[in-house]
Design a protein around this ligand. Sequence first.
Ligand SMILES: Nc1ncnc2c1ncn2[C@@H]1O[C@H](COP(=O)(O)OP(=O)(O)OP(=O)(O)O)[C@@H](O)[C@H]1O
Ligand SMILES: [Mg+2]
Length: 200
Amino acid sequence: MAEPSRYNVGGDQAPSEILKNKLRIKDQQALEDTESVLFSDTYEYFLAKLNEGKLEFNIALIFDVHKYFLGPLYSWAGKVRSVQISKDGVLFCKAAHIESALKEFENLLRKGLPGKSDSKSAVAEKLAIIHCEFNAIHPFREGNGRTIRLFLDLVALNCDYSLIDFGKTSKKTYIEACIAGMNQDYSKMKSIIYKGLRKK
Ligand SMILES: Nc1ncnc2c1ncn2[C@@H]1O[C@H](COP(=O)(O)OP(=O)(O)OP(=O)(O)O)[C@@H](O)[C@H]1O
Ligand SMILES: [Mg+2]
Protein backbone atom coordinates (compact mmCIF):
# COMPACT_ATOMS: atom_id res chain seq x y z
CA MET A 1 0.00 0.00 0.00
CA ALA A 2 1.33 3.41 -0.93
CA GLU A 3 2.21 5.93 1.74
CA PRO A 4 -0.21 8.81 2.18
CA SER A 5 0.51 11.81 0.01
CA ARG A 6 -0.78 15.20 -0.91
CA TYR A 7 -0.80 13.76 -4.41
CA ASN A 8 -3.41 11.49 -5.86
CA VAL A 9 -1.61 8.20 -5.53
CA GLY A 10 -2.69 5.22 -7.55
CA GLY A 11 -6.11 6.56 -8.38
CA ASP A 12 -8.63 6.67 -5.60
CA GLN A 13 -6.70 7.49 -2.44
CA ALA A 14 -7.51 10.83 -0.81
CA PRO A 15 -4.51 13.15 -1.30
CA SER A 16 -5.05 14.99 1.95
CA GLU A 17 -3.18 12.91 4.54
CA ILE A 18 0.09 14.07 6.03
CA LEU A 19 3.23 12.41 4.70
CA LYS A 20 4.89 10.05 7.14
CA ASN A 21 8.14 11.73 8.16
CA LYS A 22 11.24 11.03 10.26
CA LEU A 23 10.48 13.86 12.69
CA ARG A 24 6.98 12.48 13.30
CA ILE A 25 5.40 15.80 12.48
CA LYS A 26 1.65 15.34 12.32
CA ASP A 27 0.53 18.84 11.53
CA GLN A 28 0.50 19.87 7.84
CA GLN A 29 1.47 23.50 8.50
CA ALA A 30 4.36 22.45 10.73
CA LEU A 31 5.53 20.03 8.04
CA GLU A 32 5.39 22.73 5.36
CA ASP A 33 7.27 25.14 7.63
CA THR A 34 9.96 22.52 8.21
CA GLU A 35 10.25 21.91 4.47
CA SER A 36 10.64 25.69 3.95
CA VAL A 37 13.52 25.87 6.40
CA LEU A 38 15.19 22.85 4.81
CA PHE A 39 14.72 24.37 1.37
CA SER A 40 16.42 27.65 2.35
CA ASP A 41 19.28 25.66 3.80
CA THR A 42 19.51 23.67 0.55
CA TYR A 43 19.82 26.89 -1.45
CA GLU A 44 22.59 28.10 0.83
CA TYR A 45 24.48 24.81 0.56
CA PHE A 46 24.33 24.52 -3.23
CA LEU A 47 24.96 28.21 -3.89
CA ALA A 48 28.16 27.84 -1.88
CA LYS A 49 29.13 24.78 -3.95
CA LEU A 50 28.43 26.73 -7.14
CA ASN A 51 30.65 29.56 -5.95
CA GLU A 52 33.42 27.06 -5.25
CA GLY A 53 33.07 25.86 -8.87
CA LYS A 54 32.20 22.37 -7.65
CA LEU A 55 28.97 21.65 -9.52
CA GLU A 56 28.30 19.58 -12.59
CA PHE A 57 24.86 20.07 -14.06
CA ASN A 58 23.71 16.50 -14.42
CA ILE A 59 21.03 14.22 -13.00
CA ALA A 60 23.26 13.25 -10.09
CA LEU A 61 23.15 16.88 -8.99
CA ILE A 62 19.34 16.92 -9.13
CA PHE A 63 19.22 13.78 -6.99
CA ASP A 64 21.78 15.26 -4.56
CA VAL A 65 19.64 18.40 -4.24
CA HIS A 66 16.54 16.36 -3.49
CA LYS A 67 18.37 14.18 -0.96
CA TYR A 68 19.91 17.16 0.81
CA PHE A 69 16.58 19.01 0.83
CA LEU A 70 14.18 16.31 2.01
CA GLY A 71 16.55 13.68 3.46
CA PRO A 72 16.12 14.96 7.04
CA LEU A 73 12.37 14.36 6.69
CA TYR A 74 11.68 11.48 4.33
CA SER A 75 13.27 8.07 3.74
CA TRP A 76 12.49 8.33 0.01
CA ALA A 77 14.49 11.56 -0.53
CA GLY A 78 16.88 11.29 -3.46
CA LYS A 79 15.21 8.07 -4.64
CA VAL A 80 13.04 7.34 -7.64
CA ARG A 81 9.39 6.86 -6.66
CA SER A 82 7.69 3.49 -6.98
CA VAL A 83 4.09 4.74 -6.97
CA GLN A 84 2.04 6.32 -9.74
CA ILE A 85 1.14 9.94 -9.16
CA SER A 86 -1.09 12.52 -10.77
CA LYS A 87 -2.06 16.15 -10.20
CA ASP A 88 -5.35 17.66 -11.29
CA GLY A 89 -6.02 14.60 -13.42
CA VAL A 90 -2.61 14.86 -15.11
CA LEU A 91 -0.71 11.57 -14.86
CA PHE A 92 3.07 11.80 -14.65
CA CYS A 93 5.52 9.21 -16.04
CA LYS A 94 4.63 5.65 -15.03
CA ALA A 95 6.88 4.48 -12.21
CA ALA A 96 8.18 1.56 -14.31
CA HIS A 97 9.35 3.97 -17.05
CA ILE A 98 11.13 6.54 -14.88
CA GLU A 99 14.62 5.03 -15.19
CA SER A 100 14.52 5.03 -19.00
CA ALA A 101 12.95 8.50 -19.07
CA LEU A 102 15.80 9.74 -16.87
CA LYS A 103 18.35 8.36 -19.33
CA GLU A 104 16.75 10.47 -22.07
CA PHE A 105 16.66 13.40 -19.70
CA GLU A 106 20.41 12.96 -19.06
CA ASN A 107 20.94 13.29 -22.83
CA LEU A 108 18.88 16.44 -22.82
CA LEU A 109 21.08 17.87 -20.06
CA ARG A 110 24.20 16.89 -21.98
CA LYS A 111 23.07 18.59 -25.19
CA GLY A 112 20.55 21.18 -24.06
CA LEU A 113 22.11 23.07 -21.16
CA PRO A 114 22.38 26.82 -21.77
CA GLY A 115 25.77 28.51 -21.64
CA LYS A 116 27.10 32.02 -21.17
CA SER A 117 27.22 32.68 -24.93
CA ASP A 118 23.50 31.94 -25.43
CA SER A 119 21.05 34.79 -25.95
CA LYS A 120 18.50 35.43 -23.20
CA SER A 121 15.84 33.92 -25.43
CA ALA A 122 17.90 30.77 -25.94
CA VAL A 123 18.62 30.48 -22.22
CA ALA A 124 14.90 30.81 -21.42
CA GLU A 125 13.98 28.21 -24.01
CA LYS A 126 16.57 25.69 -22.87
CA LEU A 127 15.61 26.13 -19.21
CA ALA A 128 11.93 25.77 -20.12
CA ILE A 129 12.55 22.48 -21.92
CA ILE A 130 14.53 21.13 -18.96
CA HIS A 131 11.81 22.23 -16.55
CA CYS A 132 8.96 20.73 -18.57
CA GLU A 133 10.67 17.45 -19.37
CA PHE A 134 11.71 16.94 -15.76
CA ASN A 135 8.22 17.78 -14.60
CA ALA A 136 6.70 15.21 -16.95
CA ILE A 137 8.93 12.53 -15.42
CA HIS A 138 8.31 13.69 -11.84
CA PRO A 139 10.80 11.14 -10.49
CA PHE A 140 10.25 11.92 -6.82
CA ARG A 141 7.37 11.29 -4.46
CA GLU A 142 7.20 15.02 -3.58
CA GLY A 143 9.37 18.07 -4.01
CA ASN A 144 9.86 17.85 -7.79
CA GLY A 145 8.88 21.47 -8.44
CA ARG A 146 11.15 22.98 -5.82
CA THR A 147 14.05 20.72 -6.75
CA ILE A 148 13.98 21.52 -10.45
CA ARG A 149 13.51 25.26 -9.83
CA LEU A 150 16.57 25.24 -7.57
CA PHE A 151 18.53 23.35 -10.23
CA LEU A 152 17.43 25.86 -12.90
CA ASP A 153 18.48 28.69 -10.61
CA LEU A 154 21.96 27.19 -10.35
CA VAL A 155 22.16 26.89 -14.15
CA ALA A 156 20.90 30.47 -14.57
CA LEU A 157 23.49 31.78 -12.10
CA ASN A 158 26.15 29.88 -13.99
CA CYS A 159 25.06 31.77 -17.14
CA ASP A 160 25.45 35.09 -15.26
CA TYR A 161 21.73 35.58 -14.52
CA SER A 162 20.22 36.11 -11.08
CA LEU A 163 17.84 33.62 -9.48
CA ILE A 164 14.83 33.16 -11.77
CA ASP A 165 11.90 35.28 -10.57
CA PHE A 166 8.86 33.03 -10.88
CA GLY A 167 6.97 35.55 -8.74
CA LYS A 168 6.24 37.63 -11.83
CA THR A 169 3.78 34.94 -12.90
CA SER A 170 0.63 33.73 -11.19
CA LYS A 171 0.54 30.16 -9.90
CA LYS A 172 -2.34 29.48 -12.33
CA THR A 173 -0.33 30.60 -15.37
CA TYR A 174 2.66 28.61 -14.15
CA ILE A 175 0.61 25.42 -13.78
CA GLU A 176 -0.89 25.98 -17.25
CA ALA A 177 2.65 26.20 -18.62
CA CYS A 178 3.53 22.94 -16.85
CA ILE A 179 0.49 21.24 -18.36
CA ALA A 180 1.33 22.52 -21.87
CA GLY A 181 4.89 21.32 -21.33
CA MET A 182 3.65 17.78 -20.74
CA ASN A 183 2.87 17.78 -24.50
CA GLN A 184 6.16 19.37 -25.58
CA ASP A 185 4.62 22.82 -25.87
CA TYR A 186 7.35 24.76 -24.06
CA SER A 187 6.36 28.25 -25.23
CA LYS A 188 4.39 29.25 -22.12
CA MET A 189 7.16 28.11 -19.77
CA LYS A 190 9.72 29.88 -21.94
CA SER A 191 7.89 33.16 -21.62
CA ILE A 192 7.56 32.75 -17.82
CA ILE A 193 11.27 32.06 -17.46
CA TYR A 194 12.20 34.83 -19.91
CA LYS A 195 10.24 37.30 -17.76
CA GLY A 196 12.00 36.03 -14.64
CA LEU A 197 15.55 36.26 -16.00
CA ARG A 198 17.71 39.25 -15.17
CA LYS A 199 21.45 39.63 -15.78
CA LYS A 200 23.57 39.73 -12.61
N1 LIG B 1 -1.62 19.77 -13.15
C1 LIG B 1 -0.32 19.77 -13.34
N2 LIG B 1 0.20 19.26 -14.47
C2 LIG B 1 1.52 19.25 -14.70
N3 LIG B 1 2.42 19.71 -13.82
C3 LIG B 1 1.98 20.21 -12.66
C4 LIG B 1 0.61 20.27 -12.36
N4 LIG B 1 0.46 20.84 -11.13
C5 LIG B 1 1.70 21.11 -10.70
N5 LIG B 1 2.62 20.75 -11.60
C6 LIG B 1 4.07 20.84 -11.49
O1 LIG B 1 4.43 19.98 -10.45
C7 LIG B 1 5.19 20.69 -9.48
C8 LIG B 1 4.76 20.19 -8.15
O2 LIG B 1 5.36 18.95 -7.96
P1 LIG B 1 5.69 18.43 -6.50
O3 LIG B 1 4.52 18.64 -5.58
O4 LIG B 1 6.28 17.07 -6.64
O5 LIG B 1 6.85 19.41 -6.11
P2 LIG B 1 6.84 20.49 -4.96
O6 LIG B 1 8.25 20.96 -4.84
O7 LIG B 1 6.21 19.92 -3.74
O8 LIG B 1 5.89 21.57 -5.55
P3 LIG B 1 5.81 23.10 -5.45
O9 LIG B 1 6.05 23.58 -6.85
O10 LIG B 1 4.45 23.37 -4.99
O11 LIG B 1 6.89 23.52 -4.48
C9 LIG B 1 4.87 22.15 -9.71
O12 LIG B 1 5.96 22.94 -9.34
C10 LIG B 1 4.66 22.18 -11.17
O13 LIG B 1 5.94 22.26 -11.78
MG1 LIG C 1 4.34 19.21 -3.59
